[in-house]
Write a protein that binds this ligand. Structure first.
Ligand code: SF4
Length: 271
């Protein structure tokens, strides 16, 4: 692995040459609009919030650490190494998986991938230059980073966070600006909302209204995916079927495109 951090650009600005990565592997997308598609997942390290249902606790601290890279798609034949990785090593690892098996796209996930803003911008740009469609899975809080990375992206899978479910206090105004930025950047965008037995209906209604308002001139363009909580660690408040039915009905009265999809990768026992 190449040991590098940044180098000067012709304009004098530092060009990031490495990125904090937890793992790179090939898998079936289990959530949202691309559910069922084969993707190469690049999991960036670090997140700016702490949801109490998070199933990636090892990816939350933005610091160097262990990293694993799958060698053959779906085989989980990991090579263990150390993060950060040089950009060219990330590209080489992705290419090995992509060239072995046809993939739909790359998922830049985390953690919160936009937390490494300039690095993600460069990485997504390199991937787009190679002709790989790039999706970012994001908590929808880092608006300037999305604006800068947008030229390298095709898809945005954005969470809207409900304090009654995730225990965080993400500002709705920030999430509204994030969604507006994604749409203004011309990116194919959808919204995911995790729902639980503890979902506050006023918060929920406000979240759907936020989507409806941001997409008022093209409401069909933004689909909302309600994702029933998967039990993990201390997160056990799985919603009842009745609650899920009621929440979808409430949402459909506010926005035309609302689907319910649980985490299907967990249903098939996939990583
Ligand atoms: S935003 Fe995602 S990665 Fe960050 S704590 Fe929440 S669930 Fe985990």
């Amino acid at each position: 692995m190449t040991d590098a951090v940044t180098s000067p650009s012709p304009a004098g600005a530092a060009v990031p040459r490495d990125v904090l990565i937890t793992e790179i592997f090939s898998a079936i997308q289990g959530e949202g609009a691309l559910v069922g598609e084969r993707q190469v997942f690049v999991r960036l390290t670090g997140c700016n919030i702490r949801c109490n249902y998070c199933d990636q606790p090892e990816a939350l601290e933005r610091r160097p650490g262990p990293c694993r890279i799958e060698q053959t798609p779906g085989s989980r034949d990991w090579i263990e190494t150390t993060s950060p990785l040089a950009m060219e090593d990330v590209m080489e690892a992705v290419a090995r998986l992509w060239d072995h098996t046809p993939h739909h796209s790359i998922s830049l996930t985390g953690g919160e991938p936009l937390l490494q803003g300039s690095r993600l911008e460069r990485l997504a740009g390199l991937m787009t230059e190679r002709g790989w469609p790039v999706m970012v899975e994001t908590n929808g809080t880092l608006v300037p980073a999305l604006r800068r990375a947008a030229p390298g992206l095709t898809y945005v899978s954005m969470d809207i966070k409900l304090p009654s479910v995730d225990g965080e206090l993400v500002a709705p105004t920030t999430q509204s600006r994030f969604l507006a930025q994604a749409l203004a950047s011309g990116l194919t965008t959808w919204v995911k909302i995790v729902i639980s037995a503890d979902t506050d209906v006023d918060e929920f209604d406000a979240a759907i209204d936020l989507v409806a308002q941001a997409s008022s001139d093209m409401p069909e363009a933004v689909e909302v995916f309600l994702q029933p909580l998967s039990a993990f660690g201390a997160a056990t408040a799985v919603p009842s079927p009745t609650q899920v039915l009621e929440l979808q009905a409430r949402a459909l009265n506010r926005h035309p495109r609302v689907r319910v999809i649980p985490q299907t990768h967990k249903a098939i026992g996939q990583l």
